[in-house]
Design a binder for this molecule. Sequence first.
Ligand code: FES
Length: 121
Amino acid sequence: MKKKILINNVKDNPKNLDVITIKVVDVDGVFYEIKSLVCLEQNLMELLKEIEFPMGHCGGMALCASCHCFLESNMLNNNMSSAEEDMLDQLYNYDPSKSRLICQIPVSKELDGILLKIVGG
Ligand code: FES
């Protein structure tokens, strides 16, 4: 991995929400460690897009695969929708054991400590 970049998205926390750490390797091999508040109304693609990751071309509709990633740790309990499965199925780099569209994953406590590698589609 080329370098490590720390991003702390937790400025203030008046509601005392849980803080999670998400580890991301981008397509260039740069490693990021991101601290964020849990926010179930937000999906992980929206969070990464806010901090300038180039993804989300379809607005999180599971139609573009710009947010395709490999989950390198932590299996998630949230099930794939048929729209996500259909999109992944069309990708040349689809890996059934670890591919996900991160626009389909809410920013939940379950993500704490997760490692994902962005691979695109
Ligand atoms: S943002 Fe388009 S598929 Fe996730």
